[in-house]
Write a protein that binds this ligand. Structure first.
Ligand code: SAM
Ligand code: SF4
Length: 327
């Protein structure tokens, strides 16, 4: 079957699947009041539903899968989800984005189940600032988990840090000390506006280009973009073991290389993180015999994917916060 492609010629080998909207953290830019389930909210997809969903996407050329949330490790059967995902024919990269709270305890189990890469969100290396941002004083344990992941032979270990004006945007020197001997890729993510965070966004949004100027001044060099690269602009420096990636969703042409689709924890296909609609796939995940219908439904919707997001106009679509969509 021909791989899934949209009307702008973009292909989608990469799926980001949220497996739970709940989270144990209260990040100021995401869930400042913690997670509260809406009354009557549907349960997350079951293992059987996830298996059928992934088989459908794999038939259409998906081979890289990222498990996200909410916080995926809040889900008690996470290891089973990973094992199931890894067993789907065609899936050759199984990554997860996590806040790292269970990393030091569960890494071995997750790797045995088939996890090949991990992104851990660490917005600050300052213990007090980390606790202020996330609501939890867990930095030391999370850093231990990251060191374990680096030693364990995953194909990629990355850190995500959201840039926040007046909160962590002065911490580049601390990060550089860390990267000197940590062979890790650190991603600075520009804060994105979502439905719920407008006031916070106005106070704390800072353009990633400001940081890139600092990096260039310090001798970091931007790497040529690989054909299948994600949205990050990658920098390296000969004196540092680690690399830095910049994810700047407000920069020109950010969406031109979009290669991913998203499915929420309850099975809604989202063509864009900031789209205006979700496409409910769950009714097509109830029986193994529905595979063809599922594939047809996904293929029939891909033409609705827009060329880019409308964040510059402050249009955040139906995404109240990224925990709801799977950031
Ligand atoms: N709970 C997991 C975690 O934090 O890694 C996975 C889900 S979280 C929604 C995925 C990523 O989105 C995290 O790196 C988080 O920092 C980032 N994120 C959340 N809200 C954001 C926003 N408004 N702007 C930019 N990045 C955001
Ligand atoms: Fe939870 Fe991740 Fe959102 Fe922080 S960014 S509140 S860890 S979902």
């Amino acid at each position: 079957m021909a791989p899934l492609a949209d009307r702008f010629g973009r292909r989608f080998p990469y799926l980001r699947l949220s497996i739970i909207p709940a989270c144990n953290f209260r990040c100021t830019y995401c869930l400042p009041h913690g997670y509260h389930a809406a009354a009557g909210a549907a349960a997350p997809l079951s293992l059987a539903e996830i298996t059928r969903l992934l088989r459908g996407f794999a038939v259409m050329g998906m081979h890289k899968l990222r498990i996200t949330g909410g916080e995926p490790s809040v889900r008690h059967d996470l290891t089973e989800v990973l094992r199931t995902a890894a067993s789907v024919p065609g899936v050759d990269k199984l990554a997860m984005t996590t806040n790292g709270t269970l990393l030091s305890r569960r890494l071995g189990e997750w790797m045995d189940a088939g996890l090949t890469a991990i992104n851990v969100s660490v917005d600050s290396l300052d213990r007090a600032a980390f606790a202020r941002i996330t609501g939890h004083d867990r930095l030391d344990d999370i850093l231990t988990g990251i060191d374990m992941a680096l030693a364990a032979g995953l194909t990629a270990v990355k850190l995500n840090a959201v840039l926040l004006r007046g909160v962590n945007d002065h911490e580049l020197p601390t990060w550089l000390d860390y990267l000197r001997d940590h062979a890790i890729s650190l991603r600075f993510i520009e804060l994105m506006q979502t439905g719920d965070n407008l006031a916070f966004f106005r106070d704390h949004h800072v353009r990633a280009e400001t940081l890139e100027t600092e990096l260039l001044d310090a001798g970091w060099q931007v790497l040529p973009r690989a054909a299948d690269a994600g949205p990050a602009r990658e920098y390296r420096h000969p004196d540092y073991a680690g690399r830095i990636g910049i994810i700047a969703p407000y920069s020109k042409d950010f969406c031109a290389g979009c290669n991913r689709l998203r499915v929420t924890a309850t099975g809604d296909l989202r063509l864009c993180l900031f789209g205006e609609f979700g496409i409910p796939l769950r009714p097509l995940l109830q029986d193994d015999d529905q595979l063809d219908d599922l594939v047809r439904a996904i293929g029939g919707q891909i033409g609705r994917k827009e060329q880019g997001h409308f964040l510059h106009e402050g249009r955040t679509g139906i995404t109240p916060h990224l925990a709801s969509t799977g950031g």
